[in-house]
Design a protein around this ligand. Structure first.
Ligand code: SF4
Ligand code: SF4
Length: 125
């Protein structure tokens, strides 16, 4: 790039809005169809396990825990956030949220159990 052209670029940049944000102080609104952390509605689940069959990484496990009662365990470290399970579920028991803040130093804390009382899920103990 010629020096004259470069100076013009630099001067224009001074008056432009920054292309980045000061994360984590500032946060972006994720678009509506964003595929972040999953939510599981145990009340809607019929235990068909289509989500498990179609998951490309084996990240989701559905277990029967009582008469017509199911729970889900999702390994967030294995999940690639493709939302195939959401598309495959015939009962809309799974939802992709806009939650992206999943970074974790302890890998064990990335295995989450979702129960009938807890669609957000808790770290599997
Ligand atoms: S979002 Fe994709 S990788 Fe994650 S559990 Fe669902 S199907 Fe598996
Ligand atoms: S596909 Fe939906 S209804 Fe079937 S086991 Fe998975 S979450 Fe439950």
């Amino acid at each position: 790039m010629r020096p004259g052209k470069m100076i013009r670029e630099v001067l224009q940049s001074i008056f432009r809005k920054p292309a980045t944000i000061l994360y984590p102080a500032a946060k972006l609104d994720m678009p509506d169809k964003f595929r972040g952390k999953l939510k599981y509605y145990a009340n809607a689940c019929i235990g068909c396990k289509l989500c498990m069959r179609d998951c490309p990484t084996g990240a989701i496990t559905i277990s029967k825990v009582g008469e017509k009662k199911y729970e889900a365990v999702i390994n967030l470290a294995r999940c690639i956030y493709c939302a195939q399970c959401v598309d495959s579920c015939p009962k809309k028991a799974l939802e992709a949220t806009k939650d992206v803040e999943l970074a974790q130093l302890d890998e064990k804390k990335l295995t989450i159990t979702f129960t009938v009382d807890d669609p957000e899920g808790k770290v599997t103990s």
